[in-house]
Design a binder for this molecule. Structure first.
Ligand code: M6R
Length: 611
């Protein structure tokens, strides 16, 4: 949440920072700002999206070789010009951007107010900046030292970057709990919340770790630990192409990412699944196979869509591996006092690898002795680094706020793990094992087939776009998909939507059904199919409109439902990889039909780095 970007070197800083902010805008888009240093420090900030800031700066002289920028997801204080970052210190000489939350900002603010400081914004960031400057003027010999002293007192999460009018050749950055990457160019450095603003200029990056501080000059990167000792920066080569973070002719990232799913699933299987040889090779699993086979319990931890992937994995692991499984919302798990026993394996699921709740839940569990296995998309992210073993999902950068291809890649990895482990444990016959991996190999082509339904789904979206509420129902493996369909629709179209196990309807929610309430059934052919038919009849009897995702040639459901979208036949365990796609399309086209910004839905941000 919040995107930060900074530049120091020989090029003009503003265009680099502006482009960086546009690339990071998925992280928050309530307001944006930039501070540029060319002898004097100038700060420009504006409520709204980065385009508003850009528009307000046309015709200005923005010459500077260093600068910092920010795109905000509001935590403390409403979105407004004055709460936008960068903030300026009381002397006017320092500017700072921040991503994260300073939890103990209130007592520090009080102390500073007692000293006579008057704040210009409602933000926690401004408090930290004033605090740093107060220490800088009274108790420290350098800004670097002032930052170090100040951060010792701070509770919360942060990445901060400071610009000091007195030292135009230096940026100071520090991190705890929020991400920071530094790109190394020729006599220049690029700092950002993720690699997307950097990739265009250099592939050599350093991921900054918690509690590290960076003193960045055009030609030098000094990294220090909290004890003020220098540490050697570990340079990584980015394995990402610029095209992957551009729209490539699509109207929105979300649509591009929905259509990238055949490739995302294929990339996820590539090098791992060999259907002809009948093998699944996964380094992270092979190395720890005995530990995983002996696991007494698997606990899946995630948030939002990643939690839905975990819920589906619960069904799959129980069925294929005969191991007890629990699925936990990271935000609850971290604050409970969970019983973690030797032999428990935690599977962390996260697209970004930076979700604050998931990260802290894992740290807690790791401290209690749990083994952490990460299923993460973003290479080098905090959760990936915290995990003791893992499997990347290889979905490629996901920029639309609504998670789509990351979800299908997550569940693909989880299927691979479950099939491999189930077979290794002797819970799966060779025939069943070979059948499942053969079926998994067919999924990318089958998703391409499903995508052909896009125009039909767009027409459906147009028809139902004015509905006030939607229900999404499924059973078994398709129950998590019903939840995911509801989440997608609400976040993109702002229509109230609920997901339920279909059989739960008569325990309460059926009271909501009235004339033409759209009820989406995720009804691909499986062991629950007959039951689901009865559930759909119950909706029709109460005049609800039934929209059903069905297996091709399912004439029974075609007769009951008002609308159907057919997907190719598949093994019932794997069917969610297909049944979720029309629901993603439904959310996308409904948002579009309502004239909404589907890539940047209101109040949301892609990477939830605050709790
Ligand atoms: O990066 P993560 O997978 O850890 O993110 C978890 C959720 O914030 C995320 O899945 C969210 O629910 C998506 N916006 C849903 O589309």
């Amino acid at each position: 949440m919040c995107g930060i970007v900074a530049y120091i070197g020989n090029q003009e800083a503003y265009p680099i920072i502006l482009k960086g902010l546009q690339r990071l805008e998925y992280r928050g888009y309530d307001s944006a700002g930039v501070a540029l240093l060319d002898q004097k420090l100038t700060i420009y900030k504006k409520k709204g999206k980065v385009a508003e800031l850009e528009g307000s700066l046309i015709g200005k002289n923005l010459h500077a070789k260093s600068g910092i920028g920010h795109t905000r997801w509001a935590t403390h204080g409403e979105p407004s010009d004055r709460n936008a970052h960068p903030h300026r210190s009381p002397s006017g000489k320092l500017a700072m951007v921040h991503n994260g939350i300073i939890e103990n900002f209130a007592p520090i603010k009080k102390e500073l107010q007692n000293k006579g400081y008057v704040f210009q914004s409602d933000t926690d960031t401004e408090v930290l900046l004033y605090f740093i400057e107060d220490i800088y003027h009274n108790d420290a010999t350098s800004l670097e030292e002032a930052v170090r002293i100040a951060l010792k007192r701070i509770i919360g999460a942060y990445v901060i970057i400071l610009l000091d009018e007195a030292h135009p050749d230096t940026l100071i950055a520090a991190r705890k709990g929020s991400p920071l990457v530094i790109g190394i160019g020729k006599n220049e450095h690029f700092l950002a919340s993720d690699a997307s603003p950097i990739i265009e200029y250099t592939k050599e990056v350093v991921y900054i770790n918690d509690y590290e501080m960076a003193i960045v000059k055009p030609d030098e990167l000094i990294l220090k630990n909290p004890g003020n000792e220098r540490i050697t920066p570990f340079i990584t080569k980015l394995d990402m192409e610029l095209a992957a973070i551009e729209k490539g002719g699509y109207e929105h990232f979300m649509l591009k990412e929905i259509f990238e799913q055949p490739t995302a699933v294929f990339d996820c299987l590539r090098g791992r699944l060999d259907a002809k040889a009948g093998t699944i090779r996964m380094g992270g699993i092979d190395k720890h196979l005995e530990l995983l086979k002996e696991a007494k319990r698997i606990i899946l931890v995630g948030c939002g869509t990643s939690w839905h992937a975990g819920l589906l994995a619960e069904y799959v692991f129980e069925e294929l591996c005969r191991v007890p499984v629990e699925v936990e919302y990271a935000s609850e798990f971290r604050y409970r006092n969970p019983v973690i026993n030797p032999g428990d394996v935690i599977i962390a699921i996260s697209q970004s690898g930076e979700t604050a709740d998931t990260l802290v839940a894992l740290e807690n569990a790791k401290n209690q002795g749990a083994f952490i296995f990460g299923v993460v998309n973003v290479v080098g992210s905090s959760i990936a680094r915290l995990s003791q073993a893992g499997a990347y999902t290889h979905a490629g950068p996901e920029i639309g706020v609504a998670s789509t291809k990351a979800f299908t890649a997550q569940i693909t990895v989880l299927y691979l793990i479950a099939i491999k482990l189930g077979y290794a444990k002797g819970c799966l016959s060779r025939d069943r094992y070979l059948h499942l991996i053969g079926e998994l190999a067919l999924v990318p082509d089958k998703i391409s087939e499903v995508l052909k339904s896009a125009p039909a789904v767009a027409a459906l979206a147009e028809k139902y776009k004015d509905a006030r509420d939607f229900l999404f129902l499924g059973r078994g493996y398709n129950f998590p998909i019903a939840l995911e369909g509801a989440l997608k629709l609400k976040e993109i179209s702002y229509i109230h939507a609920e997901g339920y196990p279909a059989a739960e309807m008569k325990h309460g929610p059926i009271a909501l059904v009235e004339d033409s309430l759209p009820v989406v059934f995720v009804a691909t052919k499986d062991s629950y199919h007959d039951k689901l038919i009865s559930n759909a009849q119950e909706i029709k009897a109460r005049k609800g409109s039934v929209i059903a995702v069905i297996s091709e040639n399912d004439t029974v459901f075609q007769d009951i439902a008002d609308e159907t979208i057919a997907v190719p036949a598949a093994d019932e365990i794997l069917a969610p990889l297909l049944s979720v796609v029309p629901l993603q399309l439904l959310a996308y086209y409904t948002g579009l039909a309502k004239g909404l910004d589907v890539d940047k839905p209101r109040n949301l941000a892609k990477s939830v780095t605050v709790e």
